[in-house]
Design a protein around this ligand. Structure first.
Ligand SMILES: [Zn+2]
Length: 251
């Protein structure tokens, strides 16, 4: 299992800071708003409709998750133990600044995280976390069912795993372990190190390890002007709950 984060050490903090200041001036304006760094800009980077934030590097999936959590989750309102696997810097900064969160970052090999561990064989005890964030990771993992099962195991009863993946809502999952050539993978699965594109059967796959799964299309709750302002599109967040039938407290 590999993640794109292996490239991050190549980008120095100093370069990132200079680039951030430059881009904040270049994209000065009020047309779009990043709900993660809470700043306004004339557009996203390279004028893309749902592109990258000039300041915090958030992409549409990060902003959608942030908006959804603000509206529908209680993780920011109460003490909460969070596991963030393969954390993106923009969300990581947001979580680390919240004093109510006991926040743990993990990755197989990326530098700078709290714990190095394999998502298919997590080192954490059962019931260790109230929420897990796992965005665009499962499509890199050969035994993705083991990863799902491990997330279920380390979640506490009533805990939720927020899972995002490249997703085709109109087809079944496309995967083939015989496709190993990076060029062929990029052509078929969208990136050189992706092993599949998930489809409509992902919900069943997550349910098969025990989760109760809700597919949340939060962008549909926003009007067109807000979708454009926040740079989000009609993507899905899989909210996977480890049910505890003796306790109805939601996270
Ligand atoms: Zn931002």
């Amino acid at each position: 299992m590999k993640t794109p984060y292996k490239f991050l050490p190549l980008i120095s903090p100093t370069y990132r800071t200079i680039r951030k200041v430059y881009q904040s001036f270049k994209y000065a304006g009020q047309e779009v708003n990043c709900p993660i760094c809470d700043r306004n800009f004339s557009s996203w980077l390279r004028q893309q409709e749902n592109g990258t934030c000039p300041s915090c590097d958030s992409k549409t999936r990060h902003r959608l998750l942030s908006l959804f959590l603000k509206k529908h989750s209680r993780i920011f309102d109460q003490p909460c133990r969070i596991l963030h696997f393969a954390p993106d810097q923009c969300l990581r900064a947001k979580f680390q600044n919240r004093h109510n969160l006991e926040y743990t970052t993990a990755d197989l090999s990326a530098p700078g995280v709290d714990v190095h561990t394999d998502l298919t064989n997590l080192i954490f005890d059962d019931n260790s976390f109230d929420a897990i964030f796992c965005s665009h990771v499962l499509e890199h993992i050969p035994n993705d069912r083991a990863a799902m099962s491990q997330m279920y195991r380390v979640l506490s009863p009533n805990g939720i795993a927020y899972i995002q993946v490249p997703y085709n809502r109109y087809e079944k999952t496309d995967e083939d372990p015989n496709v190993t050539d990076p060029v062929e993978r990029e052509k078929r699965f969208g990136q050189f190190d992706h092993l599949r594109v998930y489809g409509v059967d992902l919900k069943e796959r997550l349910e098969s390890v025990g989760f109760q799964v809700k597919e949340e299309y939060y962008a549909r709750q926003l009007d067109k002007s807000d979708r454009q302002r926040y740079g989000v599109w009609d993507d899905v967040i899989f909210c996977c709950t480890k049910l505890d039938r003796n306790n109805t407290t939601d996270i």
